[in-house]
Design a protein around this ligand. Sequence first.
Ligand SMILES: *Cc1c(COP(=O)(O)O)cnc(C)c1O
Length: 348
Amino acid sequence: MIAPRLEVDLSRIRYNAQVLVELAAARGVSVTGVTKAMRGLPALAEAMLAAGATTLGDSRVENIERLRAGGIDAPTVLIRSPMPSQVARVVAAADMSCNGEVDVVAQLSDAARAIDRVHGVVLMVELGDLREGIMPADVHEAVARCLDLPNIRLCGIGANFACRSGVVPTDRNMSVLSDLADSIEAKFDIELEFVSGGSSANFGWLRSTAHIGRINNLRFGESILLGCEPLHGARIVGLHHDATTIVGEVIESKYKPSHPWGDRASAPFDSIRPDADECSSGWQAIVAIGHQDTDPSALTAPEGVHILGASSDHLVVGSEVPLTVGAEVAFRPGYSALMRAMTAGLHA
Ligand SMILES: *Cc1c(COP(=O)(O)O)cnc(C)c1O
């Protein structure tokens, strides 16, 4: 088989999605399945939909186009604010988009009118993580402007957490979003279909809160794919944590000292700190994977193997017993490792 490669067990992903959909449904919350880490792979979307996800989200319009080309006709939402240069593609491919700039919504309206469509808009609200969104005090004005645009349907508001500053979703910031939903509906006499509270970072809040408020949608990617919640990198009990695997092939295996010798300067990639005993010699192997293929610092090695370092195309591992040249080694990817493996084309 081809190496390196990314293996994906869609039945485990579907199971994870189903558990999360049921947990959310019990709180009156729908799940948007987020496909961006796998570049809008239609088979992933099918697994998420079969599990009960009601909408699909991706941050890139080309991934939404890939879903469409793959025969997926479920409602889609672009979860990153559209680039003005792409509004025509966005309204053609996606049913909805998340937006932080009303001027761009106006361009979406023009683009939608040109093809005789109505485009759904979720206005993103900044609630402290300082990535995307309109400041809460400015949301009513943004709503008023959106309601004046002919080919736009304001279908909700949303927020995002823990993607830039690690700000945690709590009852306090979720209630700000809920209160905004109430005040918008009262002031403008409309009904918001979506109050979308966040991502996998909201899992802990979803499970524990006694105040779900108006939140009726969450956008889950990582928790479905990896069975983890990103705030603490914790495994979610009851989910599969091994649905994705990155497999590489051993190209050298030697007994080597653990300390380099010679005068030393910097190496191009030095983010990985050896976790092994640095004083002794040991079995060292090279697996033919590197930074071009994945994020080596976000790989977990199998039992008995530890990652010592990586460059663009070499992953240096230590092991208790020598690895065989030509043998395959299977690693568990974290989110960044999975994402980069997909963009590097490790998945057939
Ligand atoms: C990536 C992203 C998500 C999904 O995040 P996960 O941690 O993968 O669940 C949700 N919403 C937005 C706006 C995103 O950018």
